[in-house]
Design a protein around this ligand. Structure first.
Ligand code: HEM
Length: 510
């Protein structure tokens, strides 16, 4: 016991001197002109003040913003976090001076295990590796031509989705929206990555392992106090074990696809491979040479395809659940949407991808969902490429710069009755001029803006609009009698409904 205390004291002393040294000596004894922020405790800064509040960081920040304004600092252990929340400063940092704020901060040892040392688009530092990986993804996966070519994947997954929810409703009397949407989106993304139709059981396993990866990579004490890393050896060991499980699960799919591509389509175990050669995301990675690493190894491919599946699943499923909540709670909105669908394809037609692009009400509804319920209240952590200033304050190169974007859509000086869910605002009201890419100005940014904007935002929006249109065309959605819809939110990677939505569905053909 004494030994542990001695060790902690020693570590604390070391931490203190390191902290003191970094904060004072580099500026010749003058403190850096960091943005203001809540006074912290010695050594640990605001870290334990946040932990002791026992609520998620986003709620702590929501309160601090009121006190400290559009740019403030939180000293989270050894990590300096600069929180930026005003439209003007966000636009300045991410658009006008985009290249200066386009990097990512250092990663914890556990995150490095899963990213293979930052070999993923989302975690790579701003530089040639990130540029090559991102450019490849955009040109191989997100072009309008490729999206069109892969339309059959969504058709297949959406049809399976409709059968599944109908069966679930017959069995239970209601449909659990989130779990079904997650599974369907996940199956679409897996097929886009590998060009393979795999069984629902296998999809569920991949979905569950990737969820475990997300949990294990959540920030922990050593992320803020790296000096404590040696005390977290067990967690690192567990992470390595989980990484092995992830690789064992995903690598066989990569190998099957490689065999299929290399044999020119002749080797096709279980006839799983269905996308033509070149149409799957992983095909583009087989021959890709990236700066400083050369040809990508199998484990790096595992990281890159897992990134796509993780990045696209929760975000889209969350938006679908919130959208359906409002359709269930406000039948007037649902009727308007249904009318638009029937006016476009008729009662018995099939909604195609080309149809949803032309439907203004569904587009307004999806935008209002992103405005009222942004899946993430922050974009991913950014970092400055070199020490710079913002809003008159210093932003050190090793600080995490966190853009608190949820505030933008809660601001009553920008949005009329911001708490109200009203898709019409995007047709004739305060949302008409919104540009989600933020180029002209920032009123909402569910996908981030600037150089790090979600590269797949058009694809994500398409998945949501198409599923929503197909679900509302086929069924009338009503509250399930014993499960009144509850809009209380909670944080689970994205901001989701605390009590997942359960809805009753009535086939429209009756
Ligand atoms: C509707 C669903 C989606 C939402 C709301 C969403 C949102 C976001 C946000 C907020 C970011 C961070 C931007 C920043 O750090 O500034 C991001 C990054 C990213 N997203 Fe999405 N996303 C969605 C769907 C997808 C899909 C379907 C994919 C893949 C097919 C994807 C792949 C990525 C990647 C690779 C990044 C990292 C970009 C970079 O660092 O350069 N996302 N997304």
């Amino acid at each position: 016991m004494m030994e542990l205390l001695d060790l902690l004291l020693l570590l604390s002393a070391f931490l203190f001197f390191r902290y003191w040294w970094r904060r004072w000596s580099t500026t010749g004894g003058v403190p850096k002109n960091l943005p203001p922020g809540p006074p912290g405790w010695p050594l640990v800064g605001n870290l334990f003040q946040v932990i002791l509040q026992r609520r998620h960081f986003i709620y702590v920040v929501r309160d601090l913003r009121k006190k400290y304004g559009p740019i403030f600092t939180m000293q989270m252990g050894q990590r300096t976090m600069i929180i930026v929340s005003s439209a003007d400063l966000i636009h300045e940092a991410l658009i006008q001076r985009g290249h200066q704020f386009a990097s990512r901060p250092a990663d914890s040892p556990i995150r490095l295990i899963f990213s293979m040392g930052k070999c993923a688009i989302n975690s790579a530092e701003y530089g040639p590796l990130w540029r090559t990986l991102r450019r490849n993804m955009v040109s191989e996966m997100i072009t309008p031509l490729r999206i069109k070519q892969c339309a059959w994947i969504r058709k297949w997954a959406v049809e399976a989705h409709m059968r599944r929810i109908e069966a679930e409703a017959r069995e239970n009397g209601f449909v659990e929206v989130m779990s079904n949407c997650r599974l369907t989106i996940c199956s679409i993304l897996i097929c886009l990555c590998f060009g393979a139709k795999i069984t629902e059981d296998r999809i569920r396993i991949i979905e569950s392992i990737l969820k475990d990866v997300m949990i294990i990579t959540l920030p922990k004490l050593p992320d803020f106090l790296p000096v404590l890393t040696p005390l977290f050896r067990r967690e690192v060991k567990e992470a390595k074990k989980l990484r092995k499980t992830q690789v064992d699960l995903i690598a066989p799919l990569i190998r099957s696809r490689k065999a299929y591509v290399e044999s020119n389509g002749k080797i096709n175990e279980n006839s799983e491979m269905v996308s033509p050669i070149g149409a799957a995301y992983v095909d583009s990675l087989f021959g890709l040479e990236v700066p400083s690493r050369g040809k990508l190894r199998e484990e790096e491919l595992v990281t890159l395809v897992s990134e796509v599946i993780s990045a696209g699943t929760d975000t889209s499923a969350t938006a679908l659940e919130w959208a359906l909540l409002h359709l269930v709670m406000d039948q007037g909105i649902q009727e308007k949407l249904y009318k638009e669908i029937v006016d476009t394809v008729g009662k018995n037609g099939v909604v195609l991808e080309s149809d949803v692009e032309k439907m203004p009400y569904i587009n307004a509804l999806v935008k209002e969902t992103f405005r009222r319920h942004p899946p993430s209240h922050f974009v991913l952590s950014h970092a400055a490429t070199a020490e710079t200033t913002l809003g008159g304050y210093t932003v050190p190169a090793d600080a995490s710069v966190e853009f608190y974007t949820a505030w933008l859509t809660e601001d009553p000086s920008v949005w009329e009755n911001p708490d109200e869910f009203r898709p019409e605002r995007f047709l004739t009201g305060d949302g008409v001029d919104v540009d989600v890419t933020g180029t002209k100005g920032v009123k909402m940014m569910p996908f981030g803006i600037g150089r790090r904007i979600c590269p797949a935002w058009t694809l994500g929006t398409l998945h949501i609009s198409l599923l929503l249109a197909r679900m509302v065309h086929a069924f009338k959605w009503l509250p399930a009698p014993n499960f009144p819809p509850d809009p209380t939110e909670t944080f689970a990677f994205t901001v989701v409904m605390k009590n997942p939505l359960k809805a009753m569905i009535l086939p429209r053909s009756f």
